[in-house]
Design a binder for this molecule. Structure first.
Ligand SMILES: *Cc1c(COP(=O)(O)O)cnc(C)c1O
Length: 394
């Protein structure tokens, strides 16, 4: 049996995997066992913010793993405290809870807001179409896409999903009993869709009127990818709770909930917890990662290279008006909506040794490591141009 057959034999068939046998990664490149080099514009779905084998991350992991790999949250742990201090300083949010993953951080944020609302008669959580918040039942209860939900009913009650970027519908939905509104300010899996400023303005007005919590899911867009610490900072709003994960652990599993003063005292000993969350090795790797992003210029790089990338994609839209419907996104979170299924383009790009991904059927998604340089953008865009040219001839 070959590699692909062996995988198929032993796993539940939950993933459509790339047929590549990766041996190692370095910087923005992945290498297969047979020595082929791939440019990675995918970054482990946004996890690998510093690409592969970054010396600072390797060093941090090495040092911490020589001390202890795990103690449990009964113990005070230096790497956790350091990372939490960096996060609070960066974000201005005074409180942190560490989880293992994005979806767990979402569950934690839901529990935090439920507890906050329970003494106030607030029970309803509002979320939006095309949202993606994870795969656990709480997260799924906030999502409307049947692809993720079919057959798993029933979900949590008191969760309402309404149309994204529809301020009127939001106004008609929230009331005094609304406990939280949760959103990605730039939807990721849903097709790289930024919120409009008008919609966010409406949300802010309603937040002031009804005193619900705004929860920002920054798991994909947060921590420098859009050229700001958080994607909500492109808008004039201050969420109460912020959830981060993907790049937080530098490639090791780590998520976090950040909360403002409103919710700072809601969790008390024993009401929430985790065995593995805040793993010290992951925290040490995360600390190294955040230093590179925010102190050594990688967020600024995401901003400048991202702007260049987007302008190149917009040029291409002009060249292929019948194939490209829209170019969206901010910084290094970009999407190209096609007028047709994007999977064949992903495959054609892979044959040109460039890894991208397609989400929401028709949206090519570009989520490169933040260390990417202009030459890599040029390489990606020319390959895409060739692929689209060969299509438009057909
Ligand atoms: C990936 C993602 C999640 C889920 O994170 P997991 O670590 O896979 O549980 C939630 N929200 C957004 C916006 C994401 O991109």
């Amino acid at each position: 049996m070959n590699f692909i057959e062996r995988e198929s034999e032993v796993f539940f068939h939950t993933y459509k995997r790339f047929p590549l046998n990766i041996e190692r990664g370095e910087g923005v490149y992945l290498f297969t066992k047979d020595g082929t080099r791939y440019l990675d514009i995918f970054a482990g779905l946004g996890v690998n913010a510093l690409g592969y084998s970054h010396p600072k991350i390797i060093k941090a992991i090495h040092e911490q793993s020589g001390k202890y790999l795990h103690l449990s949250n009964y113990f005070l742990q230096e790497p956790q405290i350091q990372l939490a201090e960096v996060l609070t300083k960066l974000s201005g949010y005074p409180k942190v809870f560490f989880s293992n993953s994005g979806t767990e951080a979402i569950e934690g944020a839901m529990k935090l807001s439920r507890k906050w609302g329970s003494s106030k008669g607030k029970t309803e959580i509002v979320s939006f179409s095309n949202a993606f918040h994870g795969r656990t039942f709480g997260a799924l209860s906030l999502m409307d896409n049947e692809k993720y939900k079919n057959g798993y009913e029933p979900f949590l009650q008191n969760c309402t999903s309404i149309e994204f970027n529809n301020g009127e519908q939001l106004r008609a939905t929230v009331t005094e009993t609304t406990l939280a509104v949760i959103l990605e300010f730039i939807q990721g899996e849903g097709g790289v869709r930024p919120a409009t400023q008008a919609f966010v303005n409406e949300l802010k007005l309603l937040q002031e009127k009804f005193n619900f919590l705004v929860i920002a899911d920054e798991i994909q867009a947060g921590l420098g990818r859009t050229g700001r610490v958080f994607s909500f900072q492109h808008y004039d709003i201050q969420p109460d709770v912020v959830v981060v994960a993907k790049p937080l652990g530098g490639g090791l599993p780590l998520g976090a909930i950040l909360g403002n003063e409103k919710v700072a005292e809601i969790f008390t000993p024993g009401v929430h917890g985790t065995t593995f969350g805040g793993n010290p090795v992951a925290c040490a790797a995360g600390l190294g990662t955040l230093r590179e992003i925010f102190e050594n210029g990688m967020m600024t790089n995401a901003d400048t290279v991202g702007a260049h990338f987007k302008s190149e994609l917009l040029k291409m839209k002009g060249e292929f008006p019948s194939l490209i419907k829209e170019v969206r996104g901010i910084g290094l979170m970009l999407g190209v909506e096609l007028t047709f299924d994007g999977e064949p383009i992903v495959t054609a790009m892979r044959e040109k040794r460039i890894l991208i991904n397609c989400t929401a059927q028709t949206v090519l998604r570009f989520l490169p490591p933040l260390i990417i340089q202009e030459q890599h953008v040029t390489e990606t865009v020319s390959a895409l141009r060739e692929v689209l040219s060969s299509m438009s001839i057909l």
